[in-house]
Write a protein of this length. Structure first.
Length: 212
């Protein structure tokens, strides 16, 4: 029988159905079992050939510990982090060399996701992305004005991932750009090519989460 299918004894045979995961209240994992009974099987069991489409629905709540759940005999942690005080493992992950993504919003509200290099500065509660002043991501951030644009940066490595969320603003100040270039070189092991049109997108961090 295929994945997600179950067999239920009925009469002189077995009736097939499917097992589907469905949302449940916080703190529970709901397993919704729907077994579609074939008319012929029902008829043989109860002597009524008029039953054509009968469903049996059961909801089985399972307790799940906050922040962890079993998956393939392993324990996987999904957790929120104070972006100003990350634990050692979370910070170390952001010190490794990984390509990241930056998600900004276009004027119509649709997401724009592009690969970028990101540096994480928990002491200042900032993430930084260097880019050209005329890039789409810089334009999208500027749309929000001084209030800042809601953005997220994310990186993935195997089963690990981490996301930083916050309010982004574009800065053209040469000292800020130079600082961002230095941080980029430290993380990625190469100095960015000189570019007089370079700006830095600074993300004032409001949240962080990850899995590892």
């Amino acid at each position: 029988m295929g994945g997600g299918e179950v067999g239920v004894p009925l009469g002189h045979g077995t009736v097939a159905g499917r097992v589907d995961r469905v949302p449940a209240p916080v703190g529970q994992l709901g397993v919704h079992v729907r077994v579609s009974l074939l008319a012929s099987a029902v008829a043989s069991a109860v002597g009524n050939s008029d039953l054509g489409n009968v469903h049996k629905v059961e909801s089985i709540p399972l307790k799940v510990e906050r922040g962890a759940f079993p998956l393939d005999s392993r324990t996987v942690s999904i957790y929120r982090v104070d972006p100003g005080e990350p634990d050692d493992a979370y910070l170390a992950f952001w010190r490794e060399r990984h390509l990241c993504t930056l998600t900004t919003l276009r004027a119509d509200g649709s997401p724009h996701v592009v690969p970028v290099g990101v540096t994480y500065d928990p002491e200042a509660r900032l993430a930084r992305v260097i880019t050209r002043t005329g890039s789409a991501k810089a334009r999208h951030v500027r749309l929000a004005g001084d209030a800042g644009a809601r953005v997220a940066v994310c990186q993935v490595a195997g089963g690990r991932w981490a996301t930083l969320e916050g309010l982004a603003r574009v800065h053209e100040d040469r000292e800020r750009v130079a600082d961002a270039e230095r941080r980029y070189a430290e993380r990625y092991g190469r100095q960015p090519q000189p570019n007089p049109l370079r700006v830095v997108i600074e993300i004032e961090l409001t949240g962080a989460l990850g899995r590892g």
